[in-house]
Design a protein around this ligand. Sequence first.
Ligand SMILES: *Cc1c(COP(=O)(O)O)cnc(C)c1O
Length: 376
Amino acid sequence: MIPFNKPPCVGSEEHYVKQALKSNKLSGDGPFGQKCQSWFEANLPARKALLTPSCTAALEMAALLIDIQPGDEVIMPSYTFVSTANAFVLRGAKIVFVDIRPDTMNIDETLIEAEITERTRAIVPVHYAGVSCEMDTIMAIASRHKLYVIEDAAQGMMSYYNGQALGTIGHMGTFSFHETKNYTSGGEGGLIIINDERFAERAEIIREKGTNRSQFFRGMVDKYQWIDVGSSHLPSELQAAYLWGQLESAQKINEARLSAWMFYDNKLHPLVDEGCIELASIPPGCTHNAHMFYLKTADLEERTALLEHLKLRGILAVFHYVPLHTAKAGLDYGRFHRVDRFTTSESERLVRLPLWFGIDEKSQQKVIDAIFEFYQ
Ligand SMILES: *Cc1c(COP(=O)(O)O)cnc(C)c1O
């Protein structure tokens, strides 16, 4: 059986987790937590990076930080994970879904401006498969209309847009360290990246249950107390210790994923030339992190047949998001203004192939052979 995913593990994680276990410090923001945060601040680089229990939690923090109020509107693609929308719906926002570009499956930046009303507060670009949205255009629109940009870079760690790390371009950005992503903090985890100085201090407060506990630990105040709304958005030191092992090997993980991605891309190209399938296109200026290798079939029927064909040969390939605007909650909390030209039709053709840190070429070749056999 070839699984779809295996959680990344380089080997050093166990050592660091054991070290954390022996340290008598298991709660958040211990030595490993701080090392991880400093790593991101130095390497992205970023103004401030705070570990969170998930990308979902990071997005919820972002919605609190920009002070979303009931009735506010937030623009995002419908082709995304539920958390992108939920974080803002929890604060009472109405979600405005914009169609995607078929080449990258990212929000179509040319359609955003027409959806802006006097209630619009934020744009949430989602960097699908770790390939950047057209951020220059999106940032220019946001600045013209005084909107916030929160990058959902859950899949985007180690990806770049014109040399700038994803997650560091908007006012804030978020990463996921769920086990299905390129880097994990032991199954679940996330990061909020604060690029706009105005949010730096309040981010710490919201993350620490609405208290100024972080300032207290830095000796800036003599006691800590409740000063704002907040929640508990710190992961444990064990999660940070696991992640630290992966950050030390961040380049190695990235290079291994990219070479596996390129192996699929090279070997499957003859099927593109024959007009059987389509593959992802990476726009100029985008450096991606091989988060995902996907192909597109002719239509839904062909996809169902291909997935079944692969499954019978012990290969777990999978489809992805059901567009949010077609789901029950999406209908309740959002609206898709224009025509759904690509969101549904392109999502129905997409197949993700097995890809993880450490996948061998023999397994990949088995997947490739099975796909060729299907199109014979
Ligand atoms: C994985 C993912 C999330 C959620 O991440 P969690 O860490 O599981 O909360 C959000 N948005 C996108 C685009 C994702 O891929």
